[in-house]
Design a protein around this ligand. Structure first.
Ligand code: KG4
Ligand code: ZN
Length: 374
Protein backbone atom coordinates (compact mmCIF):
# COMPACT_ATOMS: atom_id res chain seq x y z
CA UNK A 1 0.00 0.00 0.00
CA UNK A 2 1.26 3.50 -0.90
CA UNK A 3 0.07 6.64 0.85
CA UNK A 4 0.42 10.24 -0.22
CA UNK A 5 0.57 12.67 2.74
CA UNK A 6 0.01 16.43 2.55
CA UNK A 7 0.88 18.85 5.38
CA UNK A 8 0.32 22.64 5.44
CA UNK A 9 -0.86 23.35 9.00
CA UNK A 10 1.83 25.89 9.91
CA UNK A 11 5.01 27.04 8.20
CA UNK A 12 6.20 23.87 6.48
CA UNK A 13 4.77 22.76 3.15
CA UNK A 14 5.29 19.04 2.83
CA UNK A 15 4.37 16.17 0.51
CA UNK A 16 5.35 12.59 1.30
CA UNK A 17 4.99 9.12 -0.14
CA UNK A 18 5.23 6.18 2.23
CA UNK A 19 4.85 2.46 1.73
CA UNK A 20 3.28 0.13 4.27
CA UNK A 21 5.84 -2.66 4.75
CA UNK A 22 3.76 -4.59 7.21
CA UNK A 23 0.14 -3.77 7.98
CA UNK A 24 -1.36 -2.72 11.29
CA UNK A 25 -2.61 -5.76 13.17
CA UNK A 26 -4.44 -5.83 16.44
CA UNK A 27 -1.27 -6.68 18.32
CA UNK A 28 1.53 -5.47 16.06
CA UNK A 29 2.32 -1.90 15.09
CA UNK A 30 2.60 -1.33 11.33
CA UNK A 31 5.94 -0.75 9.62
CA UNK A 32 6.60 1.87 6.99
CA UNK A 33 9.17 2.89 4.47
CA UNK A 34 9.42 6.56 3.56
CA UNK A 35 9.88 6.82 -0.19
CA UNK A 36 9.75 10.61 -0.37
CA UNK A 37 9.37 13.30 2.26
CA UNK A 38 9.65 16.70 0.61
CA UNK A 39 9.58 19.72 2.92
CA UNK A 40 9.71 23.37 2.00
CA UNK A 41 10.24 25.48 5.10
CA UNK A 42 9.05 29.07 5.34
CA UNK A 43 11.06 29.97 8.44
CA UNK A 44 13.13 32.57 6.56
CA UNK A 45 9.90 34.36 5.49
CA UNK A 46 8.52 34.50 9.05
CA UNK A 47 11.83 35.16 10.81
CA UNK A 48 11.61 38.99 10.65
CA UNK A 49 8.22 38.78 12.43
CA UNK A 50 9.48 36.49 15.21
CA UNK A 51 6.67 34.00 14.56
CA UNK A 52 4.37 32.62 11.88
CA UNK A 53 2.13 35.15 10.07
CA UNK A 54 -0.99 33.22 8.91
CA UNK A 55 -1.60 35.04 5.62
CA UNK A 56 2.05 34.88 4.65
CA UNK A 57 1.97 31.16 5.45
CA UNK A 58 -1.06 30.73 3.17
CA UNK A 59 0.62 32.65 0.35
CA UNK A 60 3.79 30.55 0.66
CA UNK A 61 1.89 27.24 0.74
CA UNK A 62 -0.01 28.25 -2.40
CA UNK A 63 3.29 29.04 -4.07
CA UNK A 64 5.18 25.98 -2.80
CA UNK A 65 2.58 23.22 -3.23
CA UNK A 66 2.77 23.08 -7.06
CA UNK A 67 6.57 23.31 -6.94
CA UNK A 68 6.81 20.43 -4.47
CA UNK A 69 4.22 18.45 -6.43
CA UNK A 70 6.27 18.77 -9.60
CA UNK A 71 9.28 17.41 -7.72
CA UNK A 72 7.08 14.74 -6.16
CA UNK A 73 5.88 13.31 -9.48
CA UNK A 74 9.35 13.35 -11.03
CA UNK A 75 10.41 10.88 -12.44
CA UNK A 76 7.16 8.89 -12.03
CA UNK A 77 4.30 11.11 -13.16
CA UNK A 78 1.55 8.55 -12.49
CA UNK A 79 -0.24 8.54 -9.16
CA UNK A 80 -2.23 5.44 -10.13
CA UNK A 81 -0.31 3.30 -7.63
CA UNK A 82 -1.43 5.43 -4.68
CA UNK A 83 -3.94 3.76 -2.36
CA UNK A 84 -4.75 6.61 -0.01
CA UNK A 85 -4.39 10.39 0.12
CA UNK A 86 -4.11 11.90 3.61
CA UNK A 87 -4.21 15.62 4.33
CA UNK A 88 -3.93 17.57 7.59
CA UNK A 89 -7.24 19.23 8.54
CA UNK A 90 -6.21 20.61 11.96
CA UNK A 91 -5.16 21.86 14.39
CA UNK A 92 -3.17 24.74 12.93
CA UNK A 93 -3.65 27.99 11.05
CA UNK A 94 -6.93 27.73 9.14
CA UNK A 95 -5.86 29.72 6.05
CA UNK A 96 -2.79 27.47 5.83
CA UNK A 97 -4.80 24.27 6.40
CA UNK A 98 -7.24 25.17 3.62
CA UNK A 99 -4.44 25.39 1.05
CA UNK A 100 -3.52 21.75 1.74
CA UNK A 101 -7.13 20.57 1.75
CA UNK A 102 -7.98 22.31 -1.54
CA UNK A 103 -4.79 20.99 -3.09
CA UNK A 104 -5.60 17.45 -1.95
CA UNK A 105 -9.10 17.72 -3.42
CA UNK A 106 -7.65 18.84 -6.73
CA UNK A 107 -5.20 15.92 -6.89
CA UNK A 108 -8.03 13.59 -5.93
CA UNK A 109 -10.29 14.95 -8.71
CA UNK A 110 -7.44 14.58 -11.24
CA UNK A 111 -6.89 11.01 -10.12
CA UNK A 112 -10.57 10.21 -10.47
CA UNK A 113 -10.44 11.42 -14.06
CA UNK A 114 -7.35 9.26 -14.67
CA UNK A 115 -9.22 6.23 -13.31
CA UNK A 116 -12.17 6.88 -15.61
CA UNK A 117 -9.79 7.07 -18.58
CA UNK A 118 -8.01 3.93 -17.44
CA UNK A 119 -11.30 2.12 -17.07
CA UNK A 120 -12.24 3.06 -20.64
CA UNK A 121 -8.85 1.83 -21.83
CA UNK A 122 -9.27 -1.52 -20.07
CA UNK A 123 -12.71 -1.94 -21.64
CA UNK A 124 -11.25 -1.18 -25.06
CA UNK A 125 -8.31 -3.55 -24.58
CA UNK A 126 -9.56 -6.24 -22.15
CA UNK A 127 -6.62 -8.57 -22.93
CA UNK A 128 -4.15 -6.13 -21.31
CA UNK A 129 -3.72 -7.07 -17.68
CA UNK A 130 -4.41 -4.29 -15.19
CA UNK A 131 -4.71 -6.49 -12.14
CA UNK A 132 -1.92 -4.60 -10.37
CA UNK A 133 -3.92 -1.40 -10.46
CA UNK A 134 -6.75 -0.26 -8.25
CA UNK A 135 -10.17 -0.32 -9.90
CA UNK A 136 -11.16 3.14 -8.62
CA UNK A 137 -9.61 6.31 -7.25
CA UNK A 138 -8.15 5.99 -3.74
CA UNK A 139 -9.94 7.58 -0.80
CA UNK A 140 -8.99 11.05 0.38
CA UNK A 141 -8.97 11.36 4.18
CA UNK A 142 -8.47 14.17 6.67
CA UNK A 143 -5.82 13.76 9.37
CA UNK A 144 -5.39 15.27 12.83
CA UNK A 145 -1.92 16.83 12.84
CA UNK A 146 -1.39 15.83 16.49
CA UNK A 147 -2.06 12.20 15.62
CA UNK A 148 0.61 12.61 12.96
CA UNK A 149 3.10 13.60 15.68
CA UNK A 150 1.81 10.87 17.99
CA UNK A 151 2.49 8.16 15.39
CA UNK A 152 5.72 9.65 14.07
CA UNK A 153 7.78 7.30 16.28
CA UNK A 154 6.87 4.59 13.78
CA UNK A 155 8.99 6.37 11.18
CA UNK A 156 12.33 4.78 11.85
CA UNK A 157 14.85 3.15 9.53
CA UNK A 158 15.43 0.41 12.11
CA UNK A 159 12.55 -1.98 11.57
CA UNK A 160 10.60 -2.64 14.73
CA UNK A 161 10.53 -6.38 14.09
CA UNK A 162 11.44 -7.08 17.70
CA UNK A 163 8.79 -4.72 18.85
CA UNK A 164 6.19 -6.49 20.81
CA UNK A 165 3.17 -4.36 21.71
CA UNK A 166 3.44 -5.76 25.21
CA UNK A 167 6.69 -3.81 25.42
CA UNK A 168 5.01 -0.55 24.45
CA UNK A 169 1.57 -0.33 26.02
CA UNK A 170 0.36 1.14 28.22
CA UNK A 171 2.54 4.03 27.08
CA UNK A 172 2.92 7.64 28.09
CA UNK A 173 3.09 9.88 25.04
CA UNK A 174 4.54 13.37 25.36
CA UNK A 175 3.74 15.64 22.39
CA UNK A 176 5.81 18.82 22.51
CA UNK A 177 5.47 21.19 19.58
CA UNK A 178 5.23 24.88 18.81
CA UNK A 179 1.50 24.86 19.51
CA UNK A 180 1.00 21.99 21.97
CA UNK A 181 2.33 20.29 25.08
CA UNK A 182 0.22 17.22 25.80
CA UNK A 183 0.61 14.10 27.93
CA UNK A 184 -1.42 11.09 26.85
CA UNK A 185 -1.91 7.69 28.39
CA UNK A 186 -2.06 5.26 25.47
CA UNK A 187 -3.83 1.96 26.03
CA UNK A 188 -2.83 0.82 22.56
CA UNK A 189 -2.09 2.39 19.19
CA UNK A 190 -5.71 3.48 18.77
CA UNK A 191 -7.00 4.39 22.22
CA UNK A 192 -5.74 7.01 24.62
CA UNK A 193 -6.73 9.43 27.35
CA UNK A 194 -5.44 12.94 27.73
CA UNK A 195 -3.75 13.29 31.12
CA UNK A 196 -2.85 16.94 30.83
CA UNK A 197 -1.71 19.77 28.61
CA UNK A 198 -0.32 23.26 28.80
CA UNK A 199 -2.50 25.96 30.31
CA UNK A 200 -0.71 28.74 28.42
CA UNK A 201 2.40 28.61 26.23
CA UNK A 202 3.47 25.38 24.56
CA UNK A 203 7.01 24.10 25.15
CA UNK A 204 8.16 25.06 21.63
CA UNK A 205 6.51 28.45 21.99
CA UNK A 206 8.47 29.02 25.23
CA UNK A 207 11.71 28.11 23.43
CA UNK A 208 10.78 30.55 20.62
CA UNK A 209 9.87 33.39 23.01
CA UNK A 210 12.98 33.02 25.15
CA UNK A 211 15.10 32.90 21.99
CA UNK A 212 13.50 36.17 20.97
CA UNK A 213 14.38 37.73 24.32
CA UNK A 214 17.96 36.65 23.66
CA UNK A 215 17.73 38.15 20.16
CA UNK A 216 18.18 34.77 18.54
CA UNK A 217 16.41 34.06 15.21
CA UNK A 218 13.12 32.18 14.78
CA UNK A 219 12.52 29.25 15.28
CA UNK A 220 14.18 29.55 18.65
CA UNK A 221 14.31 25.91 19.80
CA UNK A 222 17.33 24.83 17.76
CA UNK A 223 19.08 28.13 18.56
CA UNK A 224 18.60 27.74 22.31
CA UNK A 225 19.82 24.16 22.10
CA UNK A 226 22.90 25.28 20.18
CA UNK A 227 24.03 28.11 22.45
CA UNK A 228 23.16 26.14 25.59
CA UNK A 229 26.10 23.86 24.83
CA UNK A 230 28.41 26.73 25.79
CA UNK A 231 26.47 27.67 28.92
CA UNK A 232 26.11 26.46 32.47
CA UNK A 233 22.64 24.97 33.12
CA UNK A 234 23.03 25.66 36.86
CA UNK A 235 24.05 29.31 36.41
CA UNK A 236 20.55 30.72 37.03
CA UNK A 237 17.88 29.12 39.17
CA UNK A 238 14.78 29.52 36.98
CA UNK A 239 11.42 28.20 38.27
CA UNK A 240 10.16 24.70 37.37
CA UNK A 241 6.45 25.60 36.92
CA UNK A 242 3.93 23.02 38.13
CA UNK A 243 6.59 20.33 38.47
CA UNK A 244 5.41 19.26 41.90
CA UNK A 245 1.68 19.74 41.37
CA UNK A 246 -0.30 16.53 41.43
CA UNK A 247 -1.73 16.98 37.94
CA UNK A 248 -0.32 16.52 34.46
CA UNK A 249 -0.82 20.06 33.20
CA UNK A 250 1.98 22.41 32.25
CA UNK A 251 2.49 26.16 32.28
CA UNK A 252 5.46 27.84 30.66
CA UNK A 253 4.54 31.50 30.41
CA UNK A 254 5.82 32.18 33.97
CA UNK A 255 9.16 30.64 33.06
CA UNK A 256 9.44 32.93 30.05
CA UNK A 257 8.59 35.91 32.31
CA UNK A 258 11.26 34.78 34.81
CA UNK A 259 13.80 34.89 31.98
CA UNK A 260 12.59 38.38 31.02
CA UNK A 261 12.90 39.64 34.63
CA UNK A 262 16.32 38.09 34.96
CA UNK A 263 17.45 39.93 31.83
CA UNK A 264 15.93 43.21 33.03
CA UNK A 265 17.45 42.92 36.49
CA UNK A 266 20.91 42.09 35.26
CA UNK A 267 21.03 44.53 32.39
CA UNK A 268 19.88 48.12 32.80
CA UNK A 269 18.90 48.79 29.17
CA UNK A 270 17.87 45.85 28.81
CA UNK A 271 20.48 44.48 26.45
CA UNK A 272 20.41 40.72 26.78
CA UNK A 273 23.36 40.29 24.48
CA UNK A 274 25.57 42.11 26.96
CA UNK A 275 24.85 39.35 29.47
CA UNK A 276 25.86 35.73 29.13
CA UNK A 277 23.16 34.43 26.75
CA UNK A 278 24.61 30.92 26.82
CA UNK A 279 24.08 30.67 30.58
CA UNK A 280 20.55 32.09 30.31
CA UNK A 281 19.70 29.67 27.48
CA UNK A 282 21.22 26.65 29.24
CA UNK A 283 19.47 27.48 32.53
CA UNK A 284 16.14 28.00 30.78
CA UNK A 285 16.53 24.73 28.85
CA UNK A 286 17.40 22.88 32.06
CA UNK A 287 14.25 24.25 33.74
CA UNK A 288 11.86 23.33 30.92
CA UNK A 289 13.42 19.89 30.50
CA UNK A 290 13.16 19.19 34.25
CA UNK A 291 9.42 19.87 34.07
CA UNK A 292 8.82 17.85 30.90
CA UNK A 293 10.88 14.88 32.05
CA UNK A 294 9.69 15.04 35.68
CA UNK A 295 6.00 15.04 34.84
CA UNK A 296 6.34 12.42 32.09
CA UNK A 297 8.20 10.02 34.39
CA UNK A 298 5.71 10.57 37.20
CA UNK A 299 2.87 9.71 34.83
CA UNK A 300 4.75 6.60 33.70
CA UNK A 301 5.08 5.48 37.32
CA UNK A 302 1.50 6.22 38.27
CA UNK A 303 0.04 4.40 35.26
CA UNK A 304 2.55 1.53 35.15
CA UNK A 305 3.60 2.47 31.65
CA UNK A 306 5.92 0.20 29.73
CA UNK A 307 7.24 2.92 27.48
CA UNK A 308 7.58 6.62 26.84
CA UNK A 309 6.84 7.98 23.36
CA UNK A 310 8.17 11.44 22.55
CA UNK A 311 7.11 13.56 19.54
CA UNK A 312 6.64 17.06 18.14
CA UNK A 313 9.19 19.67 17.06
CA UNK A 314 10.75 19.93 20.54
CA UNK A 315 11.48 16.18 20.38
CA UNK A 316 14.37 17.21 18.10
CA UNK A 317 16.06 18.62 21.22
CA UNK A 318 18.95 16.26 21.97
CA UNK A 319 19.26 17.08 25.71
CA UNK A 320 15.54 16.26 26.06
CA UNK A 321 15.99 12.96 24.23
CA UNK A 322 19.06 12.13 26.30
CA UNK A 323 17.30 12.98 29.57
CA UNK A 324 14.26 10.84 28.72
CA UNK A 325 16.46 8.01 27.43
CA UNK A 326 18.40 8.06 30.71
CA UNK A 327 15.32 8.14 32.94
CA UNK A 328 13.51 5.42 31.00
CA UNK A 329 16.61 3.23 31.18
CA UNK A 330 16.77 3.72 34.95
CA UNK A 331 13.13 2.71 35.24
CA UNK A 332 13.46 -0.20 32.78
CA UNK A 333 11.03 1.35 30.29
CA UNK A 334 11.28 1.44 26.52
CA UNK A 335 11.78 4.84 24.92
CA UNK A 336 10.60 5.81 21.45
CA UNK A 337 11.21 9.03 19.55
CA UNK A 338 11.03 9.72 15.83
CA UNK A 339 14.15 9.74 13.72
CA UNK A 340 15.64 13.21 13.19
CA UNK A 341 13.80 14.81 10.30
CA UNK A 342 10.42 13.50 11.47
CA UNK A 343 10.12 15.53 14.69
CA UNK A 344 9.20 18.88 13.19
CA UNK A 345 6.25 19.07 10.80
CA UNK A 346 6.37 16.68 7.86
CA UNK A 347 3.90 14.91 5.59
CA UNK A 348 5.29 11.39 6.18
CA UNK A 349 3.76 11.39 9.69
CA UNK A 350 0.46 12.59 8.19
CA UNK A 351 0.51 9.66 5.77
CA UNK A 352 1.16 7.29 8.71
CA UNK A 353 -1.78 8.69 10.71
CA UNK A 354 -4.00 8.58 7.60
CA UNK A 355 -3.14 4.92 7.14
CA UNK A 356 -3.67 3.94 10.78
CA UNK A 357 -7.03 5.73 10.87
CA UNK A 358 -8.12 4.13 7.60
CA UNK A 359 -7.58 0.68 9.11
CA UNK A 360 -10.05 1.66 11.86
CA UNK A 361 -12.43 3.56 9.59
CA UNK A 362 -11.74 6.68 11.67
CA UNK A 363 -12.19 9.83 9.61
CA UNK A 364 -11.97 13.56 10.02
CA UNK A 365 -14.05 16.00 7.97
CA UNK A 366 -12.28 17.54 5.00
CA UNK A 367 -12.59 20.99 6.53
CA UNK A 368 -9.96 23.12 8.23
CA UNK A 369 -10.38 23.05 12.01
CA UNK A 370 -7.76 25.24 13.67
CA UNK A 371 -8.66 23.97 17.16
CA UNK A 372 -9.01 20.25 16.47
CA UNK A 373 -8.19 18.31 19.64
CA UNK A 374 -6.52 14.97 20.10
O1 KG4 B 1 5.97 20.24 15.54
P1 KG4 B 1 6.47 21.52 15.01
O2 KG4 B 1 7.33 21.51 13.78
O3 KG4 B 1 5.29 22.50 14.70
C1 KG4 B 1 4.08 22.51 15.41
O4 KG4 B 1 3.26 21.60 15.19
O5 KG4 B 1 3.97 23.41 16.25
O6 KG4 B 1 7.25 22.25 16.20
C2 KG4 B 1 7.90 23.46 16.03
C3 KG4 B 1 8.50 23.86 17.37
C4 KG4 B 1 9.08 25.28 17.36
O7 KG4 B 1 8.57 25.97 18.47
C5 KG4 B 1 10.57 25.04 17.49
O8 KG4 B 1 11.27 26.07 18.16
C6 KG4 B 1 10.62 23.74 18.25
O9 KG4 B 1 9.57 22.97 17.72
N1 KG4 B 1 11.90 23.04 18.06
C7 KG4 B 1 12.79 22.81 19.06
C8 KG4 B 1 13.90 22.20 18.45
N2 KG4 B 1 13.64 22.06 17.12
C9 KG4 B 1 12.41 22.57 16.90
N3 KG4 B 1 12.72 23.09 20.37
C10 KG4 B 1 13.80 22.76 21.12
N4 KG4 B 1 14.91 22.17 20.62
C11 KG4 B 1 15.00 21.87 19.30
N5 KG4 B 1 16.09 21.31 18.81
ZN1 ZN C 1 3.48 19.97 14.41
Amino acid sequence: MHILGIETSCDETSLALIEVLSPARERTPPQFKVIKNLISSQTKIHEPFGGVVPNLAKREHLKNLPILYKKFITPHPSLLTIDLIAVTVGPGLEPALWTGIEFAKKIHADLRRQYVDQHKLIQAYPHKSASHLRSSAPPLVGVNHLEGHLYSFLLTPKPYTLLNPQMIFPAISLIVSGGHTILLLMKNLYEWKKLGETRDDAAGEAFDKVARLLELPYPGGPQIEKISKKGNPAAIEFPRPMLHQKNYDFSFSGLKTAVLYHLRNTSPNPKPRTQNPANVAASFQAAILDVLVGKTMRAAKEFNAKSIILSGGVAANKPLRRALAKETKKSCLAFFAPEFGYNTDNAAMIAVAGYINSTRKKRFKLEANGNLEI
